[in-house]
Design a protein around this ligand. Sequence first.
Ligand SMILES: NC(=O)c1ccc[n+]([C@@H]2O[C@H](COP(=O)([O-])OP(=O)(O)OC[C@H]3O[C@@H](n4cnc5c(N)ncnc54)[C@H](O)[C@@H]3O)[C@@H](O)[C@H]2O)c1
Ligand SMILES: O=P(O)(O)OC[C@H](O)CO
Length: 352
Amino acid sequence: MASSIEQLKVCLVGSGNWGSAVAKIIGNNVTRLEGFSRDVTMYVYEEIVDGEKLSEVINSRHENVKYLPGIKLPTNVRAEPDLVSSASNADILVFVVPHQFVPGICAKLKGSIKPGAVGVSLIKGLDANVGGKLELVSETIASSLQIPMSVLMGANIATEVAQECHCEATLGCKNSAQGSMLKRIFSTDYFKIEVVDDLEAVEMCGALKNVVACAAGFADGMDLGSNTKAAIIRIGLVEMMSIIKSLFPDSKKKTYFQSCGVADLITTCFGGRNRRISEAFVRTGKSLAVLEAEMLNGQKLQGPATAQLIYKILEKEAFKIEVPLFVKVYQICFEGISPRSLLEIFSIVSNL
Ligand SMILES: NC(=O)c1ccc[n+]([C@@H]2O[C@H](COP(=O)([O-])OP(=O)(O)OC[C@H]3O[C@@H](n4cnc5c(N)ncnc54)[C@H](O)[C@@H]3O)[C@@H](O)[C@H]2O)c1
Ligand SMILES: O=P(O)(O)OC[C@H](O)CO
């Protein structure tokens, strides 16, 4: 960490829907908190929107018109299309890009990070290392950039957070001083943060709930009703706990009662894009890739890719756990089996 008299500078690596909502929070917080620089940079993957560069639109109108329209960003948040320039003098790096882009971003940032910088990942997804073993996104970033990482996960539909609806989130952090410091930059009177040290379980919850959301969306697409969706959420939670316990035996049960656990699972199965696209997948018969392109306006899906990774890892490790819901979501997304086969999970479910 930088010395206490230095003003800690924050960089958001990412400027999508969630990145922009969090930029609003951090941009406002650093203007009232002691010890932080007012200047916040936000890395923008440059694109042209209605004939203008998105980074220039954000800097002139203080609004991310593509990914978070209708929400004003603080004027001290500066959009920067050059990744290395945006991040190289930051003390706190907030990673908030779809997980698909993490390896490319880390490769570009390697060697350009300020000594003593710390990172926090808001990314809900998983990675695999060169040996094909599961790797947390926070681990990928930590090992690639040689910085300590924390994670922030929770029931946080970005637009609702940006509209200042009451929300909670879980900060997974192994170092209590870093946890307190990070809590300060994210906390507001409408965004409540709880710090826990069960980092791995917090991050895994954030990634795995997207797979359950796909199952919830398939059920919605088949008009199966609320009771069936509740059963899917329950089974999904049991399977999430089973996967997490198998991979991280020291993980704690109480973590599931944090915002990152049950709460995020519920919100994502009702209000998230993974649910929405999965419903459309059943109703229209179009591919997930086509629906992602047609319906998400540049936003990315995380659930199907996470289902695929988990399936491959469980297969490779020959795990002795039963996760029929996770397997069905993978098979529906990638092997062309009928969404109706999801109903088969009800005859083979495991219990807590
Ligand atoms: N949106 C939410 O409600 C929400 C809430 C909590 C967590 N999250 C998580 O936050 C993470 C980021 O999601 P988001 O919603 O901010 O993003 P998003 O899906 O809204 O936007 C996609 C982003 O990716 C960028 N991009 C496209 N191609 C790129 C490339 N090649 N390299 C780098 N960036 C590229 C786009 O410019 C855009 O900023 C995800 O892991 C998501 O699961 C999202
Ligand atoms: O829109 P989703 O499905 O990516 O979910 C958004 C958030 O993760 C909910 O907390």
